[in-house]
Design a protein around this ligand. Structure first.
Ligand SMILES: Nc1ncnc2c1ncn2[C@@H]1O[C@H](COP(=O)(O)OP(=O)(O)OP(=O)(O)O)[C@@H](O)[C@H]1O
Ligand SMILES: NCC(=O)N[C@@H]1O[C@H](COP(=O)([O-])[O-])[C@@H](O)[C@H]1O
Ligand SMILES: [Mg+2]
Length: 385
């Protein structure tokens, strides 16, 4: 065979696009899947399949047609029962069908982290109607954060300051939840000093951590990230210990993005992605091996260094502000003039707040890198035809 491995990629957004590049550099044949055609990763892959990955039967048909060595989820909205079945029949799901299943639902991963593994989390309770939301908020206190148990990138999420806002937040969560379970998590709002993503690679040779990535979110969605971010030795040790516990429990090989809130010396586990993380796009310039390279290596059973280093770097997102299918981009040269780099994801359509690209920069420290990346992101103008 001409290729080192066949990979079925489930989800073809910007993270998948970079993963395709990394996997293909290692000689893999990649079939990119998503619910819409010309998705960012499809444009670079060897083959594509356009279907809803929530459709278990279609998922099975596609897996049987391509007979991949590895099935690599790139999004959360996947019929994970189908992944479990395929795994039991001998397919390899990355990092494991169990990891995909538990992280698709906030309640499943939260119960594992808080109850079974004993990790420190915010106070929380679940609710499936407005009365239960009120009871849950009485338990957590105000402010609290309400999120659908099935959602990502902040969809359906709101921070609630008092009783009167609960109904609006419940309606908003219901209107924006994915899947068929009308259920939310109500979490105590953590007034953190900063939050991090700890990229954690579980591989044949053990577990390797990348230097912590700091990030800033708006509307529950990432706006900028930087690496490394300073942390005390004790805080980093706590985060690494919790990350190791959870990835060892989930099993399999791959890179995980483990999210924590840090308040003083207290480190609070939030959630994790069993795959490259959006805030980890900064590794496209900060690390010798990016998060996508590390995921590809771990998946293919190739060696991962024991220690990863990062030079001070930052990323800043380029967002659309309206719906369009006549997109163009201006200002790239201007954005790059101060030394920043730009990635455009080439999504075929835009909608308000959709992430269309990212600016990347390095600097003598992360403050300088952040201001360069932000400045470059502002110089890119999307045209809407
Ligand atoms: N309990 C909380 N206290 C304070 N801030 C919170 C809390 N929960 C979430 N946030 C803020 O909202 C952001 C998004 O939350 P979370 O990571 O749970 O959502 P998500 O939809 O899964 O996002 P993604 O899929 O992009 O990781 C967090 O990074 C944090 O900034
Ligand atoms: N926080 C998760 C995340 O960043 N996922 C990334 O966004 C894409 C969906 O983007 P879209 O909504 O613009 O299609 C996903 O395919 C993945 O690459
Ligand atoms: Mg998150």
């Amino acid at each position: 065979m001409a290729h080192t491995a066949r990979i079925l990629l489930l989800g073809s957004g910007e993270l998948g696009r970079e993963f395709v590049i990394s996997a293909k550099r290692l000689g893999a044949y990649v079939i990119a899947c998503d619910a819409y055609d010309d998705a960012p990763a499809m444009q670079l892959a060897d083959a594509r399949e356009v279907f809803s990955m929530l459709d278990g039967e279609r998922l099975r048909e596609v897996a049987e047609k391509h007979r991949p060595d590895y099935i690599v989820p790139e999004i959360e909205a996947i019929r994970t029962e189908a992944l479990a079945e395929l795994e039991s029949e001998g397919f390899t799901v990355v990092p494991s069908a169990r990891a995909a299943q538990l992280t698709m639902n906030r309640d499943a991963i939260r119960d594992l982290a808080a109850n079974e593994l004993g990790l420190v989390t915010s106070k929380y309770r679940y609710a499936k109607n407005l009365d239960e939301v009120r009871a849950a908020a009485a338990h957590t206190g105000f402010p609290c954060v309400i999120k659908p148990v099935m959602s990502s990138s902040g969809k359906g999420q709101s921070t609630v300051r008092d009783e009167d806002e609960l109904e609006g937040a419940w309606d908003y969560a219901c209107a924006n939840m994915r899947g068929d379970r009308q259920r939310v998590i109500v979490e105590q709002f953590i007034d953190f000093d900063y939050e991090i993503t700890l990229l954690t690679v579980r591989h044949a040779g053990g577990v390797t951590f990348c230097p912590p990535i700091g990030h800033r979110q708006e509307r529950g969605d990432y706006q900028e990230s930087w690496q490394p971010t300073p942390m005390s030795d004790s805080a980093i040790a706590k985060a690494q210990d919790m990350a190791r516990k959870v990835v060892d429990d989930l099993g399999g090989f791959g890179l995980f993005g483990v999210e924590f809130f840090v308040r003083g010396e207290e480190v609070i586990f939030s959630e994790l992605s069993p795959r490259p993380h959006d805030t980890g796009m900064v590794t496209l310039v900060s690390q010798n091996l990016t998060e996508f390279d590390l995921h590809a290596r771990a998946v293919l059973g190739l060696p991962i260094p024991d220690r990863m280093l990062a030079r001070p770097s930052a990323s800043a997102v380029i967002l659309a502000d309206r719906d369009s299918d006549q997109l163009g981009y201006e200002g790239l040269a201007d954005a790059m003039a101060q030394g920043a780099d730009i990635r455009i994801f080439a999504k075929p359509t835009s909608r308000p707040y959709r992430r269309m690209g990212v600016a990347l920069a390095t600097g003598s420290d992360t403050d300088e890198a952040r201001s360069k990346a932000r400045d470059a992101a502002h110089r890119v103008h999307i045209t809407y035809g």
